[in-house]
Design a protein around this ligand. Structure first.
Ligand SMILES: *Cc1c(COP(=O)(O)O)cnc(C)c1O
Length: 446
């Protein structure tokens, strides 16, 4: 075909099978996950249409290295103040002025902070994987890559949390450089206050990784670890905080902020994916307006889901504590075929969850753990409330307990989703606004 001709998209797809394949996989994914599924993976969320449209901006093609106004590239006269604005917005939400939004993921944020506070061979006390810690806190992940020795804090198997008394003793004995808290299976907060006191007496820094619960901290249904004595928080920006995939670091210490900033670049990012900033900014404004309502509903939904699943006959974790205080619910499905099989069966019914190790699983169970991890943050964003959680528990029962054909349940799920196709707790714009914004983003046509 001559350059410059356009026979239209359909003809192009017919003409170029490779293009058709890429196009169809992308469209199918989008329609399936956005319209037809119950998305319950706790580390995911969806942006509002306004945030998504601003995400398509030209900065996705550009470079910046270093901090705003001290860059190694030209062309950033609008990106610099935007980055400062987004830092300020996130700082307002987290009640601190020291925020770095350059890490492109939670893992990158952790790496930067770990490197700033330790040298190879130093010791880190980390929340145990059984108490939900993320792989980046372990010898298998970023901590290991940096040559830091991982020592696990003692776990209280009854409450799936850190054993405070034993942990305080361990901190006094080991005298680590850092203590990391926070996790990926995170139902109840790790004891920041108690451990921060002990850590500070031996000169250790306390890092609380709030990747999963950032939206709950900002919505003030979870305590801000910085107020409980943590020196620093690291996070992702796309879990309960419903922004674009990215990371951030926030601290109450000016000196630490400066030191860590010198590690983020050049050690962990060069260019930091600048188009994220606009979408993070839009999401921050949404959270400023609706964050509290959103966070409260997420937690109400998680509790309702846990109760409903229990009354449908599932073994739901931590009943004696009220199941959960976060967006997550943990299920023990050892008797229903274990995690892998259950997650796959649910996927066939368009219920998207992930298998997860429970505290009593053995390391060799990692490929087929006994648990499932569910999250309500995205369901809540699609406008679902407590009564919908009951319906979802029934769908899950049909698949996993009644052993109904998942295909049959899938039709019910697709039908059910039809009433929940609009993003809540975010800005509403019209279809005309959407077209106007696409013209700007694609062609800079005002
Ligand atoms: C998800 C998660 C991360 C990693 O975040 P990415 O943005 O995926 O790199 C870090 N820490 C915890 C506790 C997490 O759950």
């Amino acid at each position: 075909m001559e350059y410059g001709e356009s026979p239209g998209l359909d003809a192009l797809l017919q003409l170029y099978p490779d293009l058709k394949e890429v196009y169809e996989l992308t469209v199918n994914h989008t329609v399936w996950r956005k319209r037809h599924c119950l998305n319950m993976i706790p580390s995911e969320n969806v942006m509002s249409p306004l945030a998504m449209l601003l995400y398509l901006n030209d900065a996705m093609h550009r470079y910046a290295e270093g901090k705003p106004y001290k860059r190694f590239y030209q062309g950033l006269i609008y990106v610099d103040p935007l980055e400062v604005k987004v830092q300020k917005l996130m700082g307002e939400l987290l009640e601190t002025e020291y925020v770095d939004v350059r890490p492109i993921s939670g893992t990158t944020a952790n790496g930067s902070v770990f490197r700033a506070y330790t040298k190879p061979g130093d010791k880190a006390l980390v929340a145990p994987v059984q108490a939900g810690a993320h792989v980046s806190h372990t010898r298998f992940g970023t901590l290991g890559a940096l040559g830091i020795e991982q020592i696990e804090l003692p776990v209280d198997l009854e409450n799936w949390n850190i054993d405070i008394d034993k942990a305080v003793k361990m901190i006094e004995e080991v005298k680590p450089k850092i203590v990391t808290l926070g996790g990926s299976l995170y139902l109840f907060p790790h004891p920041t206050k108690e451990l921060a006191e002990a850590a500070h007496t031996v000169g250790a820094k306390v890092i609380h990784d709030v990747a999963h619960v950032l939206g709950l901290v900002i919505g003030k249904v979870w305590d801000n670890p910085l107020k409980l004595g943590a020196d620093i928080i690291t996070s992702s920006t796309h879990k309960t905080f419903p922004g674009p995939q990215g990371g951030l670091i926030a601290t109450r210490l000016e000196e630490d902020y400066k030191e860590i900033g010198k590690i983020v670049f050049p050690m962990f990012v060069s260019n930091h994916h600048l188009h994220r900033l606009a979408a993070t900014g839009v999401t921050a404004v949404e959270m400023k307006i609706w964050g509290r309502d959103y966070a409260q509903q997420i937690v109400r939904n998680a509790k309702a889901l846990a109760e409903a699943l229990a009354s449908e006959g599932f073994k739901v974790a931590l009943e004696h504590l009220g199941y959960t205080s976060s967006h997550q619910v943990a299920l023990d499905v050892a008797k229903l075929g274990r995690g892998t099989k259950c997650a796959v069966l649910l996927e066939q019914a368009n219920i998207i969850v992930n298998k997860n190790m429970l505290p009593y699983d053995r390391p060799e169970d990692v490929k087929d753990p006994s648990g499932l991890r569910l999250g309500t943050q995205e369901l809540t964003r699609w406008g679902m409330k407590e009564s919908e959680m009951k319906e979802i528990a029934r769908f899950m029962r049909m698949v996993l307990i009644d052993k109904k054909d998942p295909g049959e349940v899938r039709s019910k799920v697709v039908e059910f989703r039809k009433e929940f196709l609009e993003i809540h707790y975010g800005f509403k714009i019209t279809r005309e606004d959407e077209v106007r914004l696409l013209k700007i983003m694609l062609h800079a046509e005002m």
